[in-house]
Write a protein that binds this ligand. Structure first.
Ligand code: GLY
Ligand code: MN
Length: 463
């Protein structure tokens, strides 16, 4: 937990931004895995963590923007809890750790909200993303679960996005801790990338590294020789010499700050002559994008720059042709790079995605695109100091997509289909780093994981 004062300041800012009414932040409850008492690993709601810091189930936070009072509703453990789970601090003691003086049993939340609603006070709440939270909000606010998303408070969403988007020094230090653990995950995966190794063995080993460093993985590990499938969670194959292994993985710290890194490794430690130029193309797209990061630039521009760098390298290889600016403008590069350059990262690996991507990654000035590829860009808006973003260009050869575009004759002026079809067995490449926007430019966070051809090959050969 950070210092109590930090949570108090965050809540004061939120109350100020909202102006009046109540702000209800429900913490998460335990979620069952296969029977009620066997639960998933508990994960607190990130906005609750940000403002109230307490990492326990069954709590609710209420901020009164009119009186300036902050409340924590929750129940002290009873004898049964003590017998099974041990002694825990009281709610009052927990609340003191985050500078909250008002506490009440959870059951009194009903009355507090009913009273506010009876007085026509506005109760601001966030859109739920878990069934349990939907049912609880339905019960507390008398709004049908199906209507909660549209009834959620836009001012609250915007105020929270405004605060959580800009990371302070303590948050950045946590993120760097998560990246340093991810360094161990990725370098271990590289060393294990030897012919004959089961993908699942590598995935399981690096998930263990995440856990041994304090937190779970920040999202299910993506690890496969079939890296052309963007989010490939099937780890069933045995590694073969001459193939590439994509590993997209990160972890959370004990305070739940995330890392998210991707590396692509040649099985056995040597890139083939066909793989090397495509790898260098993605690496150039990654590095040029990072170098372009600074306050004031839109991330949409950085995405398009990385697309142009990739497309011009693919032209050199003979896979694309024609005018590269026109090709990227038309979206032809998306055959190879069908996703966005990156997203915000913080307490969530896709930070605040539950609040609505449109509010996190876009604003009145920068609107999302409908063009294939660019439409998947989660973060398009102007960068500001304190933002932490991922930079993750990729190049994939997706047989079904190649067949479809070729059959439809899409972007024939820019794509050399006769060559591209020869790459249908290639797989995919993605290279991802986590970057802080500074006052003057950028800083790549954490311990650098090898990414040049030479450094990656050397790391595999250490295995
Ligand atoms: N690392 C997975 C993703 O960003 O979607
Ligand atoms: Mn990512």
């Amino acid at each position: 937990m950070f210092k109590a004062e930090l949570y108090r300041k965050r809540r004061a800012q939120l109350r100020k931004d909202i102006g009046s009414g109540l702000i209800l932040l429900l913490g998460n409850v335990e979620a069952s895995f296969n029977y009620p008492a066997n639960t998933y690993h508990f994960r607190q709601d990130s906005s609750f963590l940000y403002f109230f810091g307490l990492d326990l189930p069954g709590l609710a936070g209420v901020l009164d923007a009119d009186t300036g009072e902050d409340w924590i509703f929750g129940n002290d453990v009873d004898m049964d809890d003590i017998i099974w789970m041990g002694v825990l601090p009281t709610i009052k003691e927990l609340a003191q750790k985050v500078d909250v003086t008002k506490t009440a049993p959870y059951a009194s939340l009903d009355g507090a909200l009913a009273d506010a609603l009876a007085k026509n006070r506005v109760v601001h709440f966030l859109p739920p993303y878990r069934g349990e939270t939907s049912l609880e909000l339905e019960r507390l606010l008398k709004i049908p679960a199906s209507g909660l998303k549209s009834a959620a408070s836009l001012p609250l969403i915007k105020a929270i996005v405004k605060q959580r988007s800009v990371k302070d020094q303590y948050e950045i230090a946590e993120i760097e801790k998560a990246i340093d653990a991810a360094y161990l995950m990725h370098t271990t995966a590289m060393k294990m990338a030897q012919p004959g190794t089961w993908e699942q063995k590598i995935a399981g080993t690096i998930e263990g590294i995440a856990l041994a460093n304090g937190g779970p993985v920040s999202f299910p590990i993506i690890l496969s020789m079939n890296g052309q499938t963007l989010h490939n969670h099937d780890h069933s194959q045995i590694l073969e010499k001459g193939r590439l292994m994509v590993v997209d993985a990160g972890c959370e710290t004990g305070l739940h700050y995330a890392s998210d890194l991707t590396r692509t490794t040649p099985v056995g430690g040597t890139f083939t002559d066909r793989q090397k130029p495509v790898y260098e193309a993605v690496l150039a797209a990654n590095m040029k994008a990072i170098e372009a990061i600074r306050p004031g630039v839109t991330y949409r521009e950085v995405h398009l720059l990385s697309a142009r760098v990739l497309a011009s390298a693919l032209k050199e290889i003979g896979l694309m042709k024609g005018d590269i600016d026109a090709a990227v403008e038309a979206g032809a590069h998306a055959l190879f790079f069908p996703h966005g350059l990156g997203h915000m990262m913080g307490l969530d690996v896709h930070d605040m995605e539950n609040l609505g991507q449109i509010y996190v990654g876009y604003d009145d000035e920068t609107r999302p695109s409908k063009q294939f590829g660019l439409a998947s860009l989660r973060m398009g808006r102007r960068l500001e100091p304190g933002f932490v973003i991922t930079v993750e260009p990729g190049c994939y050869f997706i047989p079904a997509l190649i067949d479809q575009w070729k059959a439809e004759g899409l972007h024939r002026d820019f794509i050399n289909y006769d060559e591209v079809v020869k790459y249908k067995d290639f797989g995919g490449i993605r290279i991802e780093d986590d970057v802080l926007v500074t006052d003057t430019g950028y800083r790549v966070l954490g311990r650098p994981v090898p990414k040049t051809v030479k450094d990656v090959e050397e790391m595999v050969r250490k295995g």
